[in-house]
Each structure stands twice: as structure tokens, then as C-alpha cells.
Write a protein that binds this ligand. Structure first.
Ligand code: DGL
Length: 273
């Protein structure tokens, strides 16, 4: 049995392409339909009501394309709107917060010194930080674990600009992460689609040996787990990828290329209104 419908992926922009790549590596036979709401990016500085409104509209669009699952690759939308998305979706929904929390707890347990539980630090957008979604998800798996949150809003434009390893990025990381570096946290969650691009600089601002958790791989595993065999595409097929965006420009193509690690394939402009 085989289900030829595509898997839908949604992000506020093109940062979620790292999740798309992880899903494509894990399930190369699946068609992937990606929607980046680039006209409304960033979500991370907006109010919860607005993030939910935007996310619902984008997911409504993806569902109308007859997708067989929805992957919310945007941390901010996962943190603030997953319940609203699940409510409206007849197909399985996978966010990135739960897989990220799971990976963080596993990494923390593996690196805790005997008899101690060191805090987990979450780096994310302001909206995700305020929601405490990672804190909830981590404490649900590991009650009593301390979770600290740090908003690093400048990391988003730095990643888009390609300024991930220069003195501006290092200065921003040093300022944002001074408290995290002192906190004793050994596991740091990159709780925003853009932060993995700054992983080297972030690691450089933290004590040696700090484990950085990027939820792309664990989210891809969660997508596989959410799709029972009957909903997979035949393994003999070769999956295609379609990238839809709500605003397209040469700049966006450049930025998308940074996340994909190769020139961005065709971006198709769509309107959600
Ligand atoms: N995609 C967002 C996230 O992962 C970052 C960009 C934005 O603020 O929209 O939180």
C-alpha cells in the first residue's frame, strides 16, 4: 500500500529548509511541499495571537493542497500555535518543540555528572521564550530539571545576512550567552530555525564540551513515526520537493541557499489571502 500525497512543511520563512532536508534524507521517497510565509516573517517578534492567526492561515493553505501530514518546522509557530493547528488538521501534525525537548533531555541525562542534574538552556525567539513551550516539554519528560531561556533576536538577521562567523556574530553571541556560559548548563537547545547556522559561533561563546541540540534530525524521526506504513510512499519512488513562499526576491533566494547549503531550487510565489 502506498499514499502518494505530499508531506507538508511550514515555516515562517526559509529557515525550516533545514528540517525539510532532514526529512528528505530520512524519507527520500516522499514528495515534500514546503510553505514559507516569507511575507510575514519574522514571527518571533510578534504577539501570540498574531502568530496563531498567521500559522492557521498558512496551515489552511497546506491542507487545501491535500497533504498527508503537516510538519511545523518553525519553532515559534510550534511553541505558540501547535494546539490550534492540531485542532484544524485532519492529518498528523508534527512540531519541532517536542522532538527538540526529547533530544535535549537525552543529551542532558547523558552528560549529567553523577548525582547532579545540570540545567538545560534554551535559545529561541522572544515569542518562543515567553511561551515557555520548551520548558513545559522538557519538564514533562524530566520533572525537576531547571530550564533557562534566552532570546537571541539578532541571530535571525545575522543568519540571513550570512554573518555567522564574523566579529559582529561573535560580539552578539558573547553578549547574549554570557549568563548561559556562567549557568553551568551543558546542553543548549538551538530553539529557532536560524540558530544552527551560527552553531560554531554559539559554541565558541560557551564552555568547551557544551552540547548543542538542533531539532531538525529528531523532528524528521518524529515525522517518520507519525506516518504509519500505509501512509508512506512506495520506497521505489524518488521524492520531489516544491518550495512555496509568500514573498520572493533575489535576497530570499540567497538566504534560502544558505539554509539548503546549495542554490535554492525554484521558489513559487503563492498568496494566502
Ligand atoms: N522560524 C522562526 C523560529 O524558528 C524564526 C524566524 C521568525 O522569527 O519568524 O522560531
Amino acid at each position: 500500500m502506498s499514499d502518494p500525497r505530499p508531506i507538508g512543511l511550514f515555516d515562517s520563512g526559509v529557515g525550516g529548509l533545514t528540517v525539510l532536508e532532514a526529512v528528505a534524507r530520512r524519507m527520500p521517497f516522499e514528495d515534500l511541499l514546503y510553505l514559507g510565509d516569507t511575507a510575514r516573517l519574522p514571527y518571533g517578534t510578534k504577539s501570540p495571537e498574531t502568530v496563531r492567526r498567521y500559522a492557521r492561515r498558512a496551515i489552511g493553505f497546506l491542507l487545501a493542497q491535500d497533504v498527508k501530514a503537516v510538519v511545523v518546522a518553525c519553532n515559534t509557530a510550534s511553541a505558540l500555535a501547535l494546539d490550534a493547528i492540531e485542532e484544524m488538521s485532519p492529518v498528523p501534525v508534527v512540531g519541532v518543540v517536542a522532538p527538540g525537548a526529547e533530544a535535549a533531555v537525552a543529551a542532558a541525562r547523558a552528560s549529567d555528572p553523577a548525582g547532579q542534574r545540570v540545567p538545560i538552556a534554551v535559545l529561541a525567539t522572544e515569542a518562543t521564550v515567553v511561551s515557555d513551550a520548551y520548558g513545559h516539554a522538557i519538564r514533562a519528560l524530566d520533572p525537576g530539571r531547571d530550564v533557562t531561556h534566552t532570546a537571541c533576536p539578532l541571530f535571525v538577521p545575522l543568519a540571513e545576512e550570512g554573518w555567522t562567523e564574523n566579529e559582529v556574530a561573535r560580539a552578539a553571541a558573547a553578549l547574549y550567552l554570557a549568563d548561559v556560559a556562567r549557568s553551568g548548563a551543558r546542553v543548549v537547545v538551538l530553539g529557532c530555525t536560524h540558530y544552527p547556522l551560527l552553531a560554531g559561533t554559539i559554541a565558541g561563546a560557551l564552555p568547551k564540551g557544551t552540547v548543542l541540540v538542533d531539532s531538525a534530525e529528531t523532528a524528521a524521526r518524529a515525522v517518520e513515526a507519525a506516518l504509519p506504513l500505509a501512509f508512506r510512499r512506495g520506497e521505489a519512488s524518488h521524492g520531489s520537493t516544491r518550495l512555496l513562499v509568500t514573498d520572493a526576491s533575489d535576497r530570499l533566494r540567497r538566504v534560502a541557499g544558505r539554509f539548503l547549503g546549495r542554490p535554492a531550487a525554484d521558489l513559487t510565489l503563492v498568496d494566502l489571502l
